[in-house]
Design a protein around this ligand. Structure first.
Ligand SMILES: *Cc1c(COP(=O)(O)O)cnc(C)c1O
Length: 219
């Protein structure tokens, strides 16, 4: 099946209002071009160098989302053009993005990545630490980032009850944080190739799908 037909199949399975981020990490720019030709404009990458390389050669109306763990020393390279940093997971990173955004004269949209999965390895904010930072006014001095919502990943398991509980937890975190951040806090990014249908049932309005569009990745 072509990238275009996989995309249209996925799009037709998504309710209105759910945005699709095509996760192109580890796939060549040609694959992104194919998806672009099929109308896709939101793309997710997990590595800075790869995102910058693709940004430079591909059409400028693509919206690039950073979805992988972001080191502070790499923020500068994407600050001029990134459209959404989904993987904001520490106070230090928030302060760094704010600084680099100011340097470019921009405000950068970000999602708070929250750790809910059972695996130790999955990145994201510990929710209690995040709340402490939020309640301490940690974001109020950061005028060049705009917190748009929450991102997370469910536990990698066949046990649907566990996956559902993770998604419900993320939805609850978003609801609890919403009053603090106000009207711009409108995004709940959750769901990947294997679990996006359930994520949407649990309230996701942004799914991040890679292998179901582009095929298996070769790392
Ligand atoms: C790789 C990745 C995805 C996409 O995963 P697929 O299983 O290929 O759909 C989604 N979100 C994040 C954070 C990722 O790193």
């Amino acid at each position: 099946m072509s990238i275009a037909s996989r995309l249209s199949e996925i799009r037709s399975s998504l309710p209105e209002g759910v945005r699709l981020v095509a996760v192109s990490k580890f796939h060549p720019a040609e694959a992104v071009s194919e998806a672009y030709a099929a109308g896709q404009r939101l793309f997710g990458e997990s590595r800075v160098q790869e995102m910058v390389a693709k940004y430079e050669i591909l059409p400028k109306d693509i919206e690039w989302h950073m979805i992988g763990h972001l080191q502070t020393n790499k923020v500068r390279a994407i600050a001029p053009f990134v459209s959404l940093i989904q993987s904001l997971d520490s106070a230090r990173l928030a302060e760094c993005i704010d600084r680099e955004a100011a340097r470019c004269g921009r405000t950068i949209d970000c999602l708070l990545e929250i750790h809910v999965a059972r695996e130790q390895t999955k990145s994201g904010w510990d929710y209690d630490e995040l709340k402490a930072f939020v309640n301490g006014g940690g974001f109020s001095a950061l005028h060049n980032i705009r917190i748009r919502g929450v991102m997370g990943m469910a536990t990698n398991t066949d046990d649907e009850a566990v996956v559902r509980a993770d998604f419900e937890r993320l939805a609850a975190c978003k609801a609890e944080l919403a009053p603090t951040f106000g009207e711009w806090f409108d995004t709940l990014s959750m769901g990947m190739s294997e679990d996006y249908r359930m994520a949407v049932e649990c309230g996701s309005d942004m799914v991040r799908i890679g292998s179901s569009i582009f095929g298996a990745r070769e790392y």
